[in-house]
Design a protein around this ligand. Structure first.
Ligand code: MN
Ligand code: MN
Length: 295
């Protein structure tokens, strides 16, 4: 199989899993259960999770993946963003869907899905990323909702989820252009008109990543832990749920390495004025005339 067939396989798994998401996301269900069911489905269908399944509810916009032992139960009147990635042989399909039981949530969901559709139609080799952002912004404006201006889509490379250029959700950018044969995730986020249209960091972190693999052959505890993480996750984001087998001493060392910055941690991102946020996301491969939607 060439790389495109492999990526299309990852995309097919992502589509199959996404189709099952709405029935899993129900009031009374724990976020932990939802995340683990989705990750298990990815494995059953022939992929591996490229990053921990994100379940970001209401004004939480991104980067919340239930940590081990999370007891959070989904309540009524929710706007949930389910964002997951499927990897096959290092090729990643990144997708997200909003599930909601509120009228405001439905409006936001329709708006981001339409914005994504319009953005996908705009994509072609040589198109400026700012033009894609402008299209997203326009569609969201027509719905009377507000784009989240500091969340973007991104290029994807093999074993590299956030590579190269960013794809804004507003008309901005440095003049970068989409390139034929490159892979991009496009992901409009929106909140209500009264919102700030901006996310801010919280103190909570649930997702981690090893950016620089260990170089020394040293066999001290720290080097051993870093090598375990490097081997297991290949530089991709992970959850502490995926390190459950480590002993308490090693997990304490992990938290120390997070504190010193040796391990990168992703802060949970929340809408600045605490307003609900919706998201839609597809992964595309750019062609000369347009693009192929992988997911
Ligand atoms: Mn995603
Ligand atoms: Mn993404």
């Amino acid at each position: 199989m060439d790389w495109l067939d492999t990526l299309l396989k990852a995309g097919e798994v992502a589509r199959q899993v996404r189709a099952k998401v709405p029935e899993l996301v129900r009031p009374g269900t724990s976020l932990l259960e939802i995340a683990e069911q989705i990750e298990n489905m990815i494995r059953e269908y022939g992929g591996t999770p490229a990053f921990p399944c994100n379940i970001s509810v209401d004004s939480v916009a991104a980067h919340y993946s239930p940590p081990p032992g999370d007891k959070t139960i989904l309540g009524r009147n929710f706007v949930a963003k389910i964002d997951f990635g499927v990897m096959v042989d290092g090729f990643i399909a990144d997708t997200a869907v909003t599930v909601t039981d509120t009228i405001v949530g439905e409006k936001l969901k329709t708006a981001v899905e339409d914005a994504l559709k319009a953005a996908v139609k705009t994509v072609a080799s040589g198109v400026r990323v700012s033009a894609v952002g402008a299209v997203v912004q326009n569609v969201l404006n027509k719905y009377g909702v507000k784009p989240i201006r500091n969340l973007t889509g991104h290029e994807i490379q093999r074993y590299n989820l956030h590579a190269g250029v960013s794809i804004p959700n507003i008309s901005m950018g440095d003049g970068a252009r989409l390139q034929e044969g490159h892979v991009y995730a496009i992901e409009p986020f929106a909140t209500v008109q009264e919102g700030a249209g901006e996310v801010v960091d919280t103190k909570t972190t649930t997702i981690y990543r090893l950016e620089r693999p260990p170089t020394t052959k040293s066999s001290n505890q720290e080097a051993l832990l870093l090598r375990t993480i490097a081997d297991r996750f290949q530089g991709l984001p992970y959850s502490l749920r995926w390190l459950r087998d480590l002993n308490p001493e090693t997990l304490a060392l992990h938290q120390k390495l997070v504190k010193t910055g040796r391990l990168k941690s992703y802060h949970v991102l929340v809408e600045k004025t605490d307003k609900p946020v919706a998201q839609a996301e597809h992964t595309v491969v750019v062609t000369k005339e347009g693009c192929a939607v992988v997911t």
